[in-house]
Design a protein around this ligand. Structure first.
Ligand code: SF4
Length: 363
């Protein structure tokens, strides 16, 4: 659908996608197998056309607050897994409140509150509810929570206290690969938490890793798995080997696969949110990801922050360059602009309106 198509016909492919064409598994195989630069640029061209149809030159910005790096789990790919002997931190409520006040001054549309599965919060969820309530009060912004797997009752309470979005990445929908990545964790419970959240007022985000032993067929399983969950936001991130983890010795792949998958996601989820994370390659990497069809910039951290990212390309760097001001400046050189808060709020409200059509479980 891409290789032997000239640019005029590529625009027709984009229009077909906008009008509801669905990609077949053979389409996905063809796109994921592309290696030549010329063809990959064609794929990005179609993805940008589709994105621009739905979002114009408007981009959404999310601030990232990693407030606890403690975790009870042992994910083989993750720097923060419980077995890794690293320095960790857990912010107290006043520290979080101060960060929320600073975030309010940044030009962001949503605050992402992330933690590992920290027993301090998971065993006493009231503490996490208080964090959400505080950040909501201080910022008045939509709140995304990324707390790992929480049970239905707690998710409901978090929603009532200000959580709008649940980010919970499956990493892979290929069960065999999941067992290697998230050893000892339940594939089904993770899926269930997203499904419950989606049916009870949240917007949800799912995400996959690439470059972690997944071939094309495994990637297709993951893409179809994400599709089934009807997420509002879909993410792909390149696996980066982390010091002190079981996968430390694996080879780091290029970002080529991630960029291709971002474009494929745009064709599969034409009007959904797709992030360009700053966490892997900073602002230069953001540009490539937006050019592949993304429309959200995530992992924005103020320039004087000492908080962690997830992959943290800048862990060793003295100066961080992923604050909202630097991001917006670069967006404008690309002819893009931050969207208004009202545009973002409409996306969240649309999900809530859709929910009125299905029964809600009250816990
Ligand atoms: S990916 Fe999340 S759940 Fe897994 S070890 Fe890292 S912080 Fe914990």
């Amino acid at each position: 659908m891409i290789k032997n198509t000239d640019y005029q016909d590529l625009n027709t492919v984009a229009e077909e996608i906008i009008n509801g064409r669905k990609l077949t598994d053979d389409n996905l195989r063809e796109l994921l197998a592309l290696t030549e630069e010329e063809y990959i640029q064609k794929l990005h061209h179609v993805a940008r056309k589709v994105r621009d149809h739905f979002f114009g030159n408007r981009v959404f910005l999310y601030s990232f607050v990693y407030f606890s790096t403690y975790c009870k789990n042992n994910c083989a790919f993750c720097y923060y897994n419980r077995c890794n002997n690293i320095r960790r931190y857990r912010l107290n409520l006043e520290q979080i409140r101060n960060i929320a006040r600073a975030v309010k001054k940044e030009n962001v549309h949503m605050v992402d509150l992330t933690m590992g599965e920290d027993p301090y919060f998971h065993n006493e969820p009231e503490r996490f509810i208080e964090v959400v309530r505080t950040v909501k009060e201080e910022t008045g912004l939509p709140i995304m929570i990324s707390p790992g797997v929480m049970d239905d009752r707690i998710l409901s309470r978090l929603h009532r206290n200000g959580a709008d979005f649940l980010a919970l990445y499956q990493e892979t929908h290929d069960r065999a690969l999941f067992r290697k990545l998230r050893a000892g964790q339940s594939f089904d419970k993770r899926n269930h938490a997203r499904e419950f959240a989606r049916n009870n007022g949240y917007c949800i985000e799912d995400g996959i890793l690439t470059g972690v032993g997944n071939d094309i067929e495994s990637t297709i399983i993951s893409l179809r798995g994400m599709e089934k969950g009807q997420p509002d936001m879909v993410r792909v991130m390149t696996f980066v080997p982390q010091e002190g983890t079981p996968f430390e010795g694996m080879t780091r792949g290029s970002s080529l696969s991630e960029l291709k998958i971002i474009s494929v996601l745009r064709l599969m989820f034409p009007n959904k949110l797709i992030p360009a994370s700053l966490d892997l390659e900073g602002i230069d990497g953001m540009v490539h990801r937006l050019n592949a069809g993304a429309n959200v910039v995530t992992s924005i951290i103020s320039s004087d922050s000492s908080l962690e990212g997830v992959v943290n390309y800048d862990r060793e760097l003295e100066k961080r360059d992923r604050d909202s001001k630097s991001v917006i400046k670069r967006l404008r050189t690309m002819g893009m602009e931050p969207a208004s808060q009202a545009e973002f709020n409409r996306i969240i409200e649309k999900q809530q309106v859709a929910l009125l059509r299905i029964p809600v479980v009250t816990l």
